[in-house]
Design a protein around this ligand. Structure first.
Ligand code: UDX
Ligand code: UDX
Length: 454
């Protein structure tokens, strides 16, 4: 079997590397229009930072895993084509700011049609609005009709930073197909591929529309948990309740469960906001305005949490941060990734610069992306790889990413080089607040009573 994946990004690259590792008899080719990305996948420095991924790629590279820019040839040779091109939020025209921009998706469908001379199974890997498969099928069926294309939905649930483990032992693999002879055959072929390493009972098969919607729904539910606990963090700060204790108490109810209850500066990442906005738009398109408003609130709460964090910084620092040096610890949208897409650090850093603070950003993996994200306001910002150097002369530290390294720094040393009074705003609740307070810091965390020396 020849497997092709179009799109060598955060999803396509790791997923195909895992298939190649687990199915040595299958030839897996990953193509992308971006030659730099393709070169990077075959170099010592992969295009994305993902723990454990290098070893998985190396195991199959050149054996049954190949990276190439030859999209057309790849299509011609393939039996199964995964499509994992990006589907960002539309920035123009109808649905701008909410609907998915499907231009790359449609272009890819037309490219598949133009270069196919045998039957293909086409698998949606990208997260898409419900019923996109129908549009794809129509494009693919607009040819001469001699070739059969069977469209399946197989959304990816891997999270960045844990992609290798998520792919190796997934909670579930979801495959949506049509209830026709050919549909069932295609689903069976994809099930067989995953069954090489995933226990059969974890492979769910369903209809295409349920599969497409399940991906949006899973991300919406996860993001909703973060927004729910973040909403309570505001109430905790007002009432001397502690959000960590509340999360622990409610999380021990097995019906609620303990994961995804960490209050924070808000969720980021390429998926949550995009997918919920997409869900909202979809609901509105079907005339379900109350349902749309319900999910919209998850996104609104997330923006509120970031604005609240900056507002608190300003008010605690005597109502002005103008001219003050603020060290931002962590720019990635979460730990163990260099990805900064939709990172809360973007909005927060921009607001601080608007308030005329001098922002110094440090991050173990995301500085290149951070520079790119903030290039239009580069004048107000310094980038510094070493967290100790970033703290020199700083009036405040804002911890925005949950990197382990920030819990294990020598804060006595950091305190000694900062301007006084020294403030620390822990947007991830990962630091030892009592110890920091005893060192002399004024400590503010999310959803907790502040520890302040005055
Ligand atoms: C993408 C989608 O954004 C997401 O909705 C889905 O859930 C998974 O796939 P990701 O892999 O993170 O996510 O995207 P990205 O890292 O941007 O990779 C997409 C790749 O597709 C890029 O390398 C881009 O160059 C490539 N691409 C894009 C093509 O090869 N052809 C195109 O026409 C457009
Ligand atoms: C998510 C989904 O988890 C994954 O299944 C899907 O395929 C893609 O989207 P990802 O974007 O990689 O994965 O990150 P995730 O681990 O879900 O975290 C999202 C954001 O929520 C991060 O910014 C994280 O810091 C934040 N978060 C998460 C919290 O603030 N609190 C929590 O308790 C959990």
């Amino acid at each position: 079997m020849n497997v092709l994946c179009i799109g060598a990004g955060y999803v396509g690259g790791p997923t195909m590397a895992m298939i190649a590792k687990q199915c040595p008899e299958v030839k897996v080719t990953v193509v992308d229009i971006n030659p730099d990305r393709i070169a990077a996948w075959q170099s010592d420095t992969l295009p994305i930072y993902e723990p454990g991924l290098k070893a998985v790629v190396e195991e199959s590279l050149g054996r049954n895993l190949f990276f190439s820019t030859g999209v057309d040839v790849g299509i011609a040779d393939a039996d199964v084509i995964f499509v994992s091109v990006n589907t960002p939020t539309k920035t123009f025209g109808q649905g701008a700011g909410r609907a998915a921009d499907l231009q790359y998706w449609e272009k890819t469908a037309r490219q598949i049609l133009a270069n196919s001379n045998s039957d293909k199974i086409v698998v949606e890997k990208s997260t898409l609005p419900v019923r996109t498969a129908a549009a794809m099928q129509r494009i693919l069926d607009s040819g001469s009709g001699d070739i059969h294309f069977e469209v399946l939905s197989n959304p990816e649930f891997l999270a960045e930073g844990t992609a290798v483990a998520d792919l190796e032992t997934p909670d579930r693999v979801l495959i949506g197909g049509h209830d026709t002879e050919r549909g069932k055959k295609a689903v069976a072929a994809l099930v067989a591929l995953y069954a090489s390493w995933v226990p059969r009972e974890r492979i769910l098969t369903t209809n295409v529309w349920s599969s497409e919607l399940s991906k949006l729904a899973a991300n919406a539910f996860l993001a909703q948990r973060v927004s729910s606990i973040n909403s309570l963090s505001a109430l905790c700060e007002a009432t001397e309740a502690d959000v960590t204790e509340v999360a622990r108490a409610i999380g021990m109810d097995s019906r609620i469960g303990s994961r995804f209850l960490n209050a924070s500066v808000g969720f980021g990442g390429s998926c949550f906001k995009k997918d919920i906005l997409n869900l909202v738009y979809l609901c509105e398109s079907y005339g379900l305005s109350e349902v749309a408003a319900y999910w919209q609130q998850v996104v609104s709460m997330n923006a509120y949490q970031q604005d609240r964090f900056v507002g608190n910084m300003i008010s605690q620092m005597f109502n002005t941060v103008a001219g003050k040096v603020i060290a931002v610890y962590g720019f990635a949208f979460k730990a163990d990734t260099g990805d900064t897409r939709e990172s809360p650090a973007i909005r927060i850093s921009r607001q601080l610069v608007e308030e005329r603070a001098q922002v110094v950003i440090t991050d173990p993996q995301a500085l290149t992306n951070a520079q790119h994200d903030l290039e239009d306001i580069a004048d107000g910002i310094r980038f510094e790889a070493d967290p100790y150097a970033a703290a020199v002369g700083a009036h405040a530290i804002a911890v925005l990413t949950d990197w382990d390294v920030y819990s294990n720094l020598d804060y006595a040393r950091i305190f000694s080089v900062m301007a006084k009074p020294a403030f620390i705003f822990d947007g991830r609740n990962g630091l030892n607040h009592r110890a920091l307070f005893e060192l002399g810091f004024n400590v503010y965390a999310v959803g907790k009573t502040s520890l302040c020396h005055f």
